[in-house]
Design a protein around this ligand. Structure first.
Ligand SMILES: Nc1nc2c(ncn2[C@@H]2O[C@H](COP(=O)(O)OP(=O)(O)OP(=O)(O)O)[C@@H](O)[C@H]2O)c(=O)[nH]1
Ligand SMILES: [Mg+2]
Length: 436
């Protein structure tokens, strides 16, 4: 299906100054000549023209021509900048369809860019991430990905693994070549240690950064009436949750998203935790506990004017989690530590603390990292493979290690969407001039 010519409206389909209709494939230049005033196509130029249906002018447009090999998809491409009305844009698209184009599937232009070797799979991931980005951290990390950060990150590891695999295979296939390095399990072991360490570090950094980039799932907990909902409202700068002086006001989870300069929090305000026989409140408390299971960060609110055993029990229960202790109602009594007055919207000691605490993770935006779930999952598979390899080093012969190594290596290939066998064979023949 790579041979057919595809088309799509590339801009949002709503009223606007301009819209872009795109076409990619071998027939692009022929088709545009049929439906416009263009007679000769000069690649890499933009021309002023008219789109016509049955000789009648449909729109006055600018048309860009991209030649095979130098376009987004690496195929011949045409982009029509038309007036941004829904009717006009759709009519032009229909005209392309009537003249032999097929409607592109979502992501198909980028898929072609990948299949035609213009970008690897990690870059294709990033194109999508950039389109979906809703914060500056997300956009910056996606742009880095489009610039090949994932390849830069894992290529040294891949090179080294490939070298070791090829050397073992050379030992197996050409035992008479005595001048080749002899790969014993003792020689392989330190490499494996190093790879495990590198894979773990890549996963750790990627996960830390993903949390700050996509928003920390932050659950506000505490006894009833300590000011949890007041804190949520102060952070969101709106009266989202109901606040009263009645203990047990919040029963359901109340959610909101806030960007505190650098850190983005996905906030959940919860029902105050206490023993209760009241049915609705009890369901609320169960929901609180469930939200806590999935939290990246817990904000435990304490009323500094009224600390008791129950507060201490909560501190003890969550002390091993990623938890921040916040002393609220500092207007009544001020404690050492992160002291705020949610009532007075005086919460800067908390927001400053959070920005400082996640500074290092945020600064990872300037490093080459794995960017998404897919890539991290593959790196974890690679890591598991390497750990098995490490376990096997003591028990199997060196040539048997190649199978585990192959498995781990192929996960890295998949991150970039490369064919494992081809990649390995290319490398072998490049590096070992066996001459036979
Ligand atoms: N003085 C003072 N009062 C506060 C402060 N924060 C909250 N309050 C008051 O404390 C009471 C309870 O506040 P909420 O925000 O509803 O407390 P909560 O923890 O959400 O309570 P539940 O939903 O019942 O668990 C209200 O009367 C608030 O006005 C504060 O910083 N100072
Ligand atoms: Mg509340």
């Amino acid at each position: 299906m790579l041979n057919d010519t595809i088309c799509a409206i590339s801009t949002a389909l709503k009223e606007g100054a301009i819209s872009i209709v795109r076409m990619s494939g071998d027939d692009s230049f022929d088709i545009i000549k049929r439906i416009s005033d263009v007679r000769t196509v000069r690649p890499n130029t933009i021309v002023y023209s008219h789109i016509r249906k049955d000789q009648e002018i449909l729109d006055e447009v600018l048309i860009s021509f991209f030649e095979k090999g130098r376009s987004y998809t690496k195929e011949d491409m045409v982009e029509i900048n038309c007036h941004g009305g829904v009717y006009v844009t759709r009519s032009i698209l229909n005209l392309l369809l009537e003249n032999g184009c097929r409607l592109a599937e979502p992501g198909e232009f980028t898929k072609r860019a990948y299949l035609n070797g213009r970008i690897d799979l990690s870059k294709a991931d990033s194109v999508n991430d950039l389109i979906k980005a809703s914060s500056s951290l997300q956009a910056r990390s996606a742009l880095r990905g489009m610039n090949g950060s994932v390849e830069r990150l894992i290529e040294p590891l891949m090179d080294e693994m490939r070298d070791v695999i090829s050397m073992i295979e050379v030992n197996i296939d050409y035992p008479e070549y005595e001048d080749e390095v002899q790969m014993s399990n003792e020689v392989v072991a330190p490499y494996v240690e190093k790879w495990i360490h590198e894979a773990e570090e890549m996963i750790d950094k990627a996960e830390r950064f993903r949390v700050v980039r996509d928003g920390l799932k932050t659950v506000i907990i505490g006894k009833p009436n300590v000011g949890k909902s007041s804190l949520l409202n102060a952070l969101l700068e709106e009266d989202k949750a109901i606040v009263t002086d009645i203990a047990g006001t919040t029963r359901d989870l109340v959610e909101g998203k806030v960007n505190l300069g650098n850190v983005t929090l996905d906030l959940i305000d919860t029902a105050g935790i206490r023993e209760t026989s009241e049915q609705i409140e009890r369901i609320g408390i169960e929901k609180t506990l469930k939200a806590l299971d999935e939290a990246d960060l817990i904000i435990l609110v304490i009323d500094s004017s009224n600390i008791d055993e129950e507060d201490r029990r909560l501190m003890e229960t969550y002390k091993d989690r990623n938890m921040v202790l916040v002393y609220n109602k500092s207007d009544i009594e001020k404690k050492e530590g992160i002291a705020i007055s949610a009532l007075n919207k005086d919460i800067s000691s908390l927001t400053n603390y959070l920005n400082e605490r996640y500074k290092d993770d945020i600064s990872l935006v300037d490093e080459d990292l794995l960017n998404n779930e897919r890539q991290i999952a593959l790196m974890k598979r690679c890591l598991n493979g390497l750990k098995e390899l490490k376990d096997n080093i003591g028990t199997v012969s060196t040539d048997m290690l190649v199978t585990d190594m192959d498995g781990a290596y192929s996960c890295l290939c998949q991150i970039l969407g490369k064919e494992y066998q081809e990649d390995l064979i290319d490398h072998m023949f490049r590096n070992f001039c066996l001459g036979k």
